[in-house]
Design a protein around this ligand. Structure first.
Ligand SMILES: [Zn+2]
Length: 300
């Protein structure tokens, strides 16, 4: 009898079992600041939190940075208390007054940079990549981004051609075709974030960020969408929609998907697709731990 139970225990240990349930992954969902005309941080962060809560492996705390200048300057979160920072946070490109732009304190910026560089996880969602256009560490973490006066001085564009990423240097301002329906196509199914996703899925009423630019270092494209040239501002390129970036020891998952306007009625279709929900869950787990243990979308 003892030998039987010893074998069971041994098999369980070999399989990676544990005497206690795995601790929940601590997530800071950082929000509260956006261009109020184009994006709703309130609705977007509420849906993202619901998606993360549904996964059952995260303990997600909504951290709201005050939007006024004094509030931003006093903002001083304990970055190290979290396994991953998920940003629904667009700071800087929209303020007419330069003194209102990107005004985290030096200490807060340094703390954030060190947190990611030393191995912290980071998730960048949609218009978050518009923010901090003059802060090089954030440009490097996001890889590429849009607006905020970005030009060829801020780096290269990255698109997908013939099965591989291609860097482009010509002048082209970040833009997007009108909001609409489009297919997202996974380009690398070996990555933990994408191996559980469908090969393609339809994103309804969303934006294809086009001609994004940035340092584009240590960046891997996981999924793309075609920016249709028959549409205004289309580029005729397969633009990156899901990316991962290595920043020091840190892991960054960057998705350009999930537009939500302040006037949108709930449910917001672009935030509610199975693909969007799953990739936010997978991307957050991967950024925090380097792997994905959540089941593939088809088996749910
Ligand atoms: Zn948008």
């Amino acid at each position: 009898m003892m030998r039987y139970w010893s074998k069971i225990l041994l098999a369980w240990v070999v399989a990676g079992g544990s005497l206690t349930a795995s601790p929940l992954i601590k997530v800071m969902l950082l929000t509260g600041v956006s261009d109020e005309r184009y994006h709703s941080w309130e609705m977007t962060s509420a849906v993202v939190k619901r998606h993360l809560d549904d996964a059952g492996i995260f303990q997600t705390e909504l951290v709201i940075c005050p939007a006024d200048v004094e509030g931003k300057r006093a903002f001083s979160p304990d970055w190290l208390a979290y396994d991953v920072i998920v940003m629904v946070y667009n700071d800087g490109n929209w303020a007419k007054d330069p003194t209102e732009q990107s005004e985290w304190s030096y200490a807060t910026k340094q703390g954030f940079k060190s947190y990611v560089r030393e191995g912290g996880g980071l998730v960048i969602q949609h218009s978050t990549n518009n923010g901090f256009p003059d802060w090089l560490p954030f440009l490097e973490m996001s890889g590429v981004g849009g607006w905020g006066g970005r030009s060829s001085d801020e780096g290269r564009m990255v698109v997908w051609r013939d099965g591989a990423p291609v860097h482009l240097d010509h002048e082209s301002r970040p833009r997007h075709p009108p909001r609409g329906d489009f297919w997202v196509t996974v380009r690398d199914r070996r990555h933990p974030i994408t191996r559980g996703l469908p090969e393609t899925w339809l994103q309804p009423n969303d934006e294809i960020y086009t001609s994004m630019r940035g340092p584009a270092k240590n960046l891997q494209i996981l999924a793309t969408a075609y920016s249709d040239p028959s549409q205004p501002r289309g580029s005729a390129e397969h633009e990156p929609m899901l990316m991962v970036i290595r920043y020091g020891k840190g892991r960054v998952f960057h998705t350009t998907l999930g537009h939500c306007s302040p006037g949108d009625e709930e449910p917001v279709a672009s935030l509610e697709t199975a693909g969007f929900k799953a990739m936010m869950q997978y991307g957050t787990e991967w950024a925090a731990t380097g792997d994905v243990t959540l089941p593939p979308i088809a088996r749910r």
